[in-house]
Design a protein around this ligand. Structure first.
Ligand code: ARG
Length: 579
């Protein structure tokens, strides 16, 4: 299915060739140059011809005039006019209703999808919590941005592999084992689950480094004990290995609950521990290539020529580090999946880490180094309070979800007490509200979480979007006997406006992928919801007297339902027929 912009751009390339230009822009470049004017009295699309003036060696006004002529006869164009160096284009309403609307309804679940990524594989590394440390709202970003990017790429035809690179290895396990042996027992963990593990972890951290406020003196011997337990684990000590596996299982069971609420599944849970035996080969390669330098006993790759601090590969005691593991994991993934793109979603705090080891991979001569993409995001705070780490005081993701679900349950009890599946709906709306709010702004901006704003049913929120979708379903339930093969006609401006908005979906999907930016979809959903609600309030749908008008309006409602329904899963938002 060709978008309107593509149809126009293709035609424009012909007009440009006719101008006898030496270096004409391609259709793809023209697509990128076509703008939506802020005020649609000027037209639905505009091409500023100033930039073309150099390459085409003509005045913008002349170019605009020639191009306007070239569009005559194109069925999707009602009118094309040259105005002060702009080419203003009005889209034909009969094209909208006869072609765009029909295309949306025929494509259905596939509307907006493409085969752009056919034959290509994308590996996405996201969520990746550190086992036994709290899964807090700082992880919301990687989890939902990562999953959105996966859904977007799948929609565009890429084969996707979602990897949860669990932080399942490291000295924290030594600490946890000491804490468990000292203060814990099996029953306590079986009953308390991950919360108990985190509690033990916080206790041991406080005990090792001391906590003045709580009057706990520092006990460095516990730190030594933790290192010793981790070392035993590394050497394969049975008891410690069994504890380690158990801690992971307990944590995973808990994460799964959160993932289920979000509708997220992973294709691989290969965590950091999996790469233990894959690192030596890469370290050896670095050594053989003369890339390793010894610095105060540690092995590093000097990145000074690239304006970065050195990348740490081995500590003084020979143990490996976070970058070492990432390098080994990338090589393994390249060999296993032969990816065309490997995406890593983490907070912007890790940007340097990724820039460093991406550079090391390049220096190692891996020609796929340019297929590695880091997608960073900003920090999250709740009503202004930044999140503390290590010693507790963190807002857990599950608690945030629970609070939202409780509030929605209350709102629903007031608004719609007899609704079926109340619990399921409250969960989808509550969790959806948080995700939607989070994905509304560009990912790199820091956000402050305000629950009331996220849950406002009348604001630009998830509940409002879900409510609009449910509204389309309600109309369609009552429209079953309206024939769908009736002739169509547009009679009100809000109908055409809605259709023009729906026509933009495929390009929004592409834009979200190009910028790794799910918020493009979130904002688009709000635009569609606004356009639908305007249409809904201003136009009679089922009560329209003229059968063609009624059929058209039902078809428009169905098309809005298709677009919202296809867009929601792209941002981890669940759709419900009733709220
Ligand atoms: N486990 C890490 C953390 O919570 C994130 C891992 C990101 N992925 C990676 N390949 N480094 O900070």
């Amino acid at each position: 299915m060709q978008t309107i912009k593509h149809l126009i751009a293709n035609q424009l390339t012909e007009g440009i060739v006719a101008l006898g230009a030496p270096a004409a822009p391609t259709a793809a470049e023209l697509v990128a140059m076509l703008e939506y004017p802020p005020d649609d009295t000027m037209g639905d699309l505009a091409l500023p011809c100033f930039k073309l003036s150099r390459t085409l060696r003509r005045a913008p006004v002349q170019i605009a005039a020639a191009l306007a002529e070239s569009l005559a006869g194109l069925s999707c164009v009602e009118r094309a006019e040259a105005v002060n160096g702009y080419l203003n284009i009005k889209i034909s309403e009969s094209y909208l209703v006869n072609t765009v609307l029909a295309d949306i309804l025929t494509a259905g679940e596939r509307y907006g999808a493409s085969d752009e990524g056919k034959g290509k594989t994308v590996v996405l590394d996201y969520s990746s919590p550190n086992v036994a440390k709290p899964f807090h709202i700082g992880h919301l970003g990687t989890t939902v941005i990562g999953h959105s990017l996966k859904m977007l790429h799948e929609f565009a035809g890429y084969k996707c592999v979602g990897i949860n690179y669990l932080g399942d290895w490291g000295t924290q396990f030594g600490k946890l084992i000491v804490a468990y042996k000292k203060w814990g027992n099996r029953e306590m963990i079986e009953q308390g689950g991950i919360d108990k593990l985190v509690e033990l972890y916080v206790m041991i951290n406080n005990a090792i480094s001391g906590n003045e406020e709580k009057g706990i003196p520092a006990d460095p011997a516990l730190g030594d004990a933790a290192r010793a337990e981790f070392h035993k684990l590394e050497l394969g000590d049975e008891e410690n290995l069994a504890l380690w596996r158990w801690f992971i299982d307990i944590s995973l069971a808990e994460y799964e609950k959160t993932y289920r609420q979000l509708g997220i599944t992973f294709d691989s849970y290969k965590g950091e521990s999996f790469y233990t035996d894959k690192m030596p080969a890469q370290v050896q390669k670095l050594r053989d290539m003369g890339l390793l330098k010894i610095d105060d006993g540690a092995s590093i790759v000097d990145l000074e020529p690239y304006g970065m601090p050195p990348c740490l590969i081995l500590k003084r005691d020979g143990s490996t580090l976070y970058p070492t593991r990432d390098i080994a994991a990338a090589v393994y993934r390249k060999n296993t999946y032969d990816f065309d793109k490997a995406i890593y979603v983490t907070s912007a705090g890790q940007s340097l880490h990724f820039a460093q080891w991406f550079k090391v991979v390049e220096l190692m001569g891996y020609d796929w180094h340019d297929k590695l993409v880091h997608v960073p995001y900003g920090t999250v705070s709740i009503n202004g309070a930044k999140l503390a780490t290590r010693t507790g005081n963190v807002v857990l993701l599950k608690d945030l979800f629970r609070a939202a679900i409780e509030e929605v349950t209350q709102i629903m009890t007031e608004k719609n007490p007899n609704i079926e599946n109340k619990e399921e709906i409250a969960e989808a709306v509550g969790v959806g509200a948080i995700v939607f709010y989070y994905l509304s702004g560009s990912r790199i901006k820091d956000i402050n979480f305000i629950m009331e704003d996220a849950l406002n049913f009348d604001g630009n929120t998830g509940p409002y979007a879900q409510y609009t979708y449910a509204r389309t379903c309600a109309v369609l339930r009552r429209a079953e006997d309206v024939p769908s093969d009736a002739p169509m006609t547009l009679t009100a401006p809000d109908e055409a406006a809605l259709l023009k908005m729906l026509a933009k979906f495929p390009e929004k999907v592409m834009a979200a992928i190009a910028d790794y930016e799910p918020s493009v979809i979130t904002r688009y959903i709000l635009d569609v919801a606004a356009a639908f609600n305007r249409f809904y309030h201003n136009c009679q749908i089922l009560n329209a007297e003229d059968p063609a008008v009624r059929a058209t309006r039902v078809a428009l409602t169905r098309a809005a339902n298709v677009v919202l329904g296809n867009a929601f899963p792209l941002i981890c938002l669940k759709k419900m027929e009733q709220i």
